[in-house]
Structures are given as C-alpha cells and as structure tokens.
Design a protein around this ligand. Structure first.
Ligand SMILES: NC(=O)c1ccc[n+]([C@@H]2O[C@H](COP(=O)([O-])OP(=O)(O)OC[C@H]3O[C@@H](n4cnc5c(N)ncnc54)[C@H](O)[C@@H]3O)[C@@H](O)[C@H]2O)c1
Length: 382
C-alpha cells in the first residue's frame, strides 16, 4: 500500500497543541492507514511554549507569527488550538491559504464567527476542514452510536448527552481565558464543552427544535493574575432541553455541559432509551456499555434488564493494540486524527468522521437559541 506523507503544523502550542503533537508520535499504532502525518512546524506567540516541541525531531520550524506557516508550501495540514476569540481570523486565513484545517471547537466565538468561517470553507473548497471532538471515538461511544443506528431501540422515548468537568468547584482556581466572556464567548461553558455533547446527536440527525436553556453562573468572581478577585462572567453550567426526531418521532433530547459537576473529570455520557431497547455509555466507566432489553431470567421468566458489555480497544481505525485492552483520552485523539486524515484523502468510507463545518456552525445556532430562550421566556432566577 502506498502511504502518503502529510506535513502537519500546529498553531497554539498549549494544552491541546501538545496533546495532538504527542498523539501523532503514536501513529505506527494504526494498521494500514493511507497517510503518515509528520509534525514539522509549530507556532506560538510565546516562544517558551515551543521549547517542549524540541523533543520531536521532525519539528524543524518554530515561529511566533502564524502567517509564516501559511506561506510555507511544504505544510499540508494545520491544527489550530488557540483562544476562541482568535478562531475566526486564524481559521479563515488557514482556509484561504489552501491548507487542510483541523479546527478546535467551538469553531468561532459565536454564531456570526462560525458563519464567517463556514463562508470561507465554501469559498475555498480545496481546504479540507473539520472540527475537533474526540470523545465519540471511544469504542463505547461507537458501540452506543451503532446501537442506535441499528434500530434496536424501537420507538425512542428520550436521549441525553453530557460533558462534565468539576475543577471549577475550587473557588480559588485562577480566572484564565476560558472563564472570561471576551475570550471564551457569551455562550460560556457551551463554547468550551458543547461540541462534545452535540457531535453524536447531530450525526444521528437529531436536529434540536424548541431549544430551552438553563444557564448558571455559580462562581461570579475568581482570582485574577495578581491574586485579587475579578469578575468571572462566563456561564459555568448549562442544561439544554429540546425536542428532536428519530425516525420522525419527536422525543426530548437533553444536553448537559458543566464545569461544576462535583466529582466528574472529563466525563462524556450518552444515553438513549426506547420502547424496544436502550443504550448507555459514560467515559467514567470507559470499558463498559450498557444495553437494555427484556430477557429470560432462568427460574424467573421475562424481566427488563440493563446488561453490561465490555467495549475493548478498537475504535474507528484498527490498531495494533490487543482488542481486549483499554482505551483512553489520548487514543481518542489519535483516532480522531486517523479519521480526519483518511477523510481528507477520500478514504474514510462509512466510518465515523470528525465534526463537519456545517455541524459545528449548527451548534452555534443551538447555543444562540438556548440563550435567547433563557433571556426571553423564564430567564435566570436572581
Ligand atoms: N478537544 C478538546 O478536548 C479540547 C480540550 C481543551 C481545549 N480545547 C480547545 O483548544 C483550544 C485551545 O485550548 P488550550 O486549552 O490548548 O489553550 P491554551 O491556553 O493551553 O493554549 C493556547 C496557546 O495558544 C497560544 N497563542 C495565543 N495566541 C496565539 C496566536 N495568535 N498564534 C499562535 N499561538 C497563540 C498561547 O500562547 C497558548 O500557548 C480552544 O479552542 C479550546 O476550546 C479542546
């Protein structure tokens, strides 16, 4: 098999820039992938942030101004992991330069920015663009998705998709850019965590109607750079209620995005139940998928039962990892990249792919309607 080398650059060498750089070093774990990415360049306005990349031999270019990467004809694909207020201009520039773009969520700070990025995608079709959302690449999430697609659920009753963090329970956690509207966006935690909750529902065709949002700002002040308290104006927890349709049947679809869900560390949950079956998966128990059905219990007869299935290690793209072994966050990043680069070559087939620009823009429509609902109907209690 011919394996094509694709040169990758990263803009933003912070938390996610490093996570992706590390994941790409594990590429040989993938079996028969048509592409071999090579991380050759990194850009960060903070020179010191790029020191970490010195341990990756293939990184030969380090710049503090990203336009230098756009004019570098050796670079094929750029992963951008920067603050939300910078997404629109950098994404548009990467797209206009004809580079492939794996963009971080929320794909622009608001709906207007997302539409502007989408317009660039349509104007420059040579740039293959997808948005980051790795959690659905957990094998358990794939099992849950395939269960719903199989039709085993019957007439749907309800579904829930959640993404939960808890470190903001600590009131002394510094303000940071993710906790300021000017950098994170008016949608607050929805901008940070919402894409994780919508990737699978939107891929199932569950386009929410009558969106209603419950927004909470629980900690209104946090320590700023000098330690004194500053306003923390972002929404910390948001529960969205909506109607969606499955096989034409309307059902309640709830998503939860929370920075203050006590005890939860990056917990991604998906649950759908119907009259004939049901499925539940949470990364809290990353091996375990629960399926519902009516079963024969010896000596007892027919009973309703949630049964547990271990999901193993295999996700969208096969790996050398033994199928009984466990899967983790960094594996999901590797799988997301395997999907992105295969799809960019037109070789993903019917496998699950990354969030499309249209899906990403749709999340901002949902967040806007949720905010409007909170403002115009009942509004926050206070
Ligand atoms: N997919 C996920 O699971 C996940 C997790 C965390 C964050 N994110 C997303 O990733 C993005 C970045 O978040 P992070 O946590 O890595 O942030 P971060 O603050 O850790 O890193 C951002 C980096 O960008 C650099 N930077 C700022 N302006 C720049 C510019 N103009 N050019 C080049 N570099 C610049 C900063 O110096 C910093 O090193 C955000 O969109 C965030 O929502 C995704």
């Amino acid at each position: 098999m011919t394996v094509k080398t694709v040169n990758v650059a990263i803009i933003g060498g912070g938390l996610m820039g490093r996570e992706v750089a590390a994941a790409l070093q594990r590429w040989p774990a993938l079996i028969d992938h048509p592409v071999r990415p090579q991380l050759t360049a990194v850009c960060d306005i903070n020179e010191a942030a790029m020191d970490w990349f010195d341990q990756i031999d293939s990184v030969t270019t380090k710049v503090t101004e990203y336009h230098a990467l756009l004019s570098d004809s050796s670079i094929d694909v750029i992963y951008v992991a920067v603050r939300h207020d910078l997404h629109e201009s950098i994404y548009r520039d990467v797209i206009a330069a004809g580079k492939g773009l794996l963009a971080e969520k929320p794909f622009g700070i608001d709906e207007s920015a997302a539409k502007s990025i989408l317009a660039a995608v349509e104007e420059y079709p040579d740039s293959f663009v997808r948005c980051s959302s790795e959690m659905p690449f957990f094998p358990g999430a794939q099992m849950a998705l395939n269960y719903v697609l199989s039709g085993a659920i019957g007439t749907i009753i309800e579904a829930r998709s959640s993404f939960l963090h808890s470190s903001d329970l600590d009131r002394t956690k510094p303000l940071g850019w993710k906790r300021q509207n000017q950098f994170c966006g008016e949608a607050g935690v929805l901008n940070d965590l919402g894409m994780h909750t919508w990737h699978v529902p939107l891929r199932l065709g569950w386009v929410p109607e009558q969106v209603f949002g419950l927004f909470q700002n629980i900690v209104p002040e946090r320590p700023g750079p000098d330690g004194s308290l500053m306003e923390c104006d972002t929404w910390e927890n948001v529960v969205l209620h909506s109607w969606a349709r499955h096989d034409g049947v309307p059902f309640p679809l709830t998503t939860e995005t929370k920075r203050i869900a006590p005890g939860e560390k990056n917990t991604w949950v998906f649950e759908a139940v119907g009259m004939d079956g049901g499925v539940r998966f949470s990364t809290k128990n990353p091996k375990s998928v629960e399926v519902f059905g009516v079963i024969d219990v010896p000596g007892q007869g027919r009973e309703q039962a949630w049964q547990q299935v271990d999901s193993g290690s295999q996700s969208v793209w096969p790996t050398v990892t033994g199928p009984i072994f466990e899967f983790g966050f960094s594996d999901s990043i590797l799988q997301m990249w395997a999907a992105y680069l295969a799809e960019r070559e037109g070789l993903l087939g019917d496998r699950f792919g990354c969030v499309t620009p249209q899906e990403a823009a749709e999340t901002h429509r949902i967040y806007r309607e949720a905010r409007e609902s909170a403002a115009s109907r009942l509004g926050p209690i206070g």
